[in-house]
Structure formats: C-alpha cells, structure tokens
Design a protein. Structure first.
Length: 375
C-alpha cells in the first residue's frame, strides 16, 4: 500500500492566531475540502465525555469541523452510540443530556446531535466487512450508516484494554451498537485474584451488568455469565486484583475493532482528525480523568485512519513521562517491567500494535506514512 499523508500542527498559538484557526487550517490543508459534501449528510463521530470527565474534546473543536462542512454545502451532525456499562450514556436521552451538560449543543457546535443507535442502543445495521476474520457482520448504529460522508474527530488518550484510544477505536467501538460493542468485547472475561482484593468495591461501581458481588470476606467475585468482558473493572482496580487470563483477549478486541471500523468507512468518503492533548491514562468513558501521562503533542489529520493512529502513537512515544502521573507511578514501582512504550507501561496487558497490524492486513489503511507539518 502506498505511503499515506498525515498532516500535523503543533499547539503553539502566538498572538494573532488560536488553536481553532489552526485546526481549520490543518483540516483544509489536509484535504477535507476535496470531499464532495454539497447537500450531503455528514456524520462527525465524537466522544461527548462521561459527565465528571474533563479531558474530552471541547465543543469548540467540533464547531470548527461542523463549520467547515457547512461552508462546503454539507449538513453535519455530531454522533456517538450508546454504551454497555454503567454511566449516563447508556440510552439516547441520558446520552444527549450528558452531551448538553458537557457543552455540546446546536448552539455551541452549530449542528445537531444524533445518537447513532437509537433510544435503547438497538437501532443498528448489520454491515458485511470485506476481509474480516473475527466477525460475520459489524453491528453499526443506523444513523452512522445512513450518513453520506463520515468524519471522525478523536481525543487521543490511553485505554485500559486497547492500549490507547485513537481514531480506530473512536470509529470501530464508538460506532458499534450495544450488541456490536458486546461482540467486540466478548473474547475474554476478567476474574479476581482473591489474595490481592481489598474489598474497596471500586470495580462494582464500574460494572454495568451487575456481574460483581462480594462474599463475607469482602472479596470481589465476577459472575462470568453476567460479565460481557468490557474490561472497565480492570482499570478501576488499583491493587492489580483483577486480571484477564485469556492472553489473546485484548488482541482479539483490537482486531475486531479494526474490522468494525472498516465496516463503518468502506464505500463512502471519509476523513479523520485526532487531537493529542490531555492524554489521560483512561478512556473518556470514565466519570473522572487522571492527570495526563505525557505532555500535549498537537493536532493530526489524514484520510487514512491507520496511518493517523500510527503517527499519533509515534509522536506520543517520543514524549517524556509526565511526573506524578499514573505512568510515572508505574515506572517507579518496585519490580515493574519497563516495556519502553508509554501505552504498554500504562497498561502492561495491552498491545496496541495488534490493532494497527490487523487494520493494515484487512485493507483499512497503512502504517506507512509521511508526516507533513502545517505551520
């Protein structure tokens, strides 16, 4: 596959400019204006952030993208699909309330919000995926698939199951309906190492399936029949008491995610934007955000989601570790293994490369890229 072009802009904003102007210049220079959007319905996939989390992308960035779409004659809307787990984005009404609370509205972004898989997360389309090895069909939110043009606007950050959350995760997992998310997560289910459990109950607070209970000894137990394998409890445990003994589970998740992303974008115009800032250790699905694990990096854009994720990851790995962060804490833990990779050190059981390798294999994009700086 030919080398993909990834465009980059740093976050310096001298007097006379600002980050919003720089983002518009970036996406126009990267070629978003080459897409025919005249009277087209344009889905802008974004994460609205779980209330309590403050590391999600500000609505101002979404407005820049929506305004560019409208200047090209398109009709944009912001979209995401409902979640599997406990929180305030598990049905469309709560999801939209959460989006409004976090500042996303037609007034702040210049476009409407549509929850892609409907009121209860059941309104989806089964999409065949050419070259897929792990799924039969991708279950994608109907509103996402009804759009004529697809744009992803991603907050690049760490993730407890996939290593990092980039464009492919935003597209593949984010556009999956509730049953689509369950299909991606069902490769492995965590269990509790009883000796390490201190009974803090943080894992149960994160479980949306009521799969975690406690015995008389206050030790957690995970009901494997109720568990859907979302992995939220893994990130919630500060005592390494919860593990996934299926060593291939995270890799399977990454590969399914890549196949879902291919189902979303195949056959229509696509464009992808990732902002590498506030790189929190966990997903924005958490109702909190820890301090960033590395300094802010910049803004990236490309027609190729695989190249975009690779470029963002490479840029992150060149950054120093943020003192006092979760990553710094791990590296100063006695007996820790330094994987020489920020994301693998953040969550040692993850392997983000498996996603990009599989994405390239099935034809979603290429890991080979040329980085072009936009001043």
């Amino acid at each position: 596959m030919e080398q993909a072009k990834v465009y980059f802009s740093d976050l310096r904003a001298p007097i006379g400019t600002n980050l919003l102007k720089k983002l518009e210049k970036l996406i126009r220079t990267a070629g978003m204006g080459e897409i025919d959007m005249e009277k087209k319905l344009v889905a802008i996939k974004i994460h609205f952030g779980e209330p309590g989390n403050l590391s999600f992308l500000r609505p101002n960035y979404a407005k820049v993208v929506a305004d560019v779409v409208k200047s090209m004659g398109g009709v944009p809307f912001l979209t995401d699909c409902n979640t599997l787990y406990v929180g305030r984005r598990k049905n469309a009404l709560e999801h939209m309330d959460a989006a409004y609370e976090n500042g996303f509205s037609p007034f702040s972004t210049g476009c409407q919000i549509i929850i892609g898989d409907g009121l209860k997360g059941t309104d989806d389309v089964e999409v065949p995926v050419e070259g897929a090895e792990y799924i039969q069909t991708a279950k994608i939110g109907r509103a996402v698939m009804d759009a004529d043009v697809f744009i992803s606007l991603t907050h690049f950050k760490g993730h407890e199951a996939t290593g990092f959350g980039g464009a492919i995760k935003n597209i593949g997992m984010g556009c999956g309906s509730r049953r689509g998310k369950m299909e991606q997560h069902n490769s492995g289910k965590p269990e509790v190492r009883q000796k390490k459990c201190v009974g803090c109950r943080q894992c149960a607070k994160q479980c949306g399936q009521d799969a975690i209970s406690y015995g008389e000894d206050r030790k957690a137990f995970i009901d494997q029949d109720k568990c859907v394998g979302c992995g939220r409890c893994l990130g919630a445990c500060n005592f390494d008491a919860i593990i996934n003994r299926n060593s291939s589970a995270n890799d399977d998740l990454n590969r399914k995610m890549a196949e879902y992303a291919k189902g979303v974008v195949d056959g229509r115009p696509q464009f992808h934007i990732s902002l590498v800032m506030d790189v929190s250790p966990f997903c924005d699905c958490h109702a909190e955000n820890d301090i960033p694990i590395i300094p802010d990096v910049g803004m990236f854009a490309s027609f190729d989601a695989v190249a975009l994720d690779q470029a963002c990851a490479d840029a992150c790995l060149r950054q120093p570790v943020m003192p006092g962060s979760r990553l710094d804490q791990y590296l100063h833990t006695e007996g820790c293994e330094d994987h020489h990779d920020h994301f693998c050190n953040n969550f040692p059981e993850t392997n983000w490369r498996s996603c990009l390798e599989h994405a390239e294999k099935i034809g979603l994009g290429t890991r080979n890229y040329e980085l072009i700086e936009v001043k």
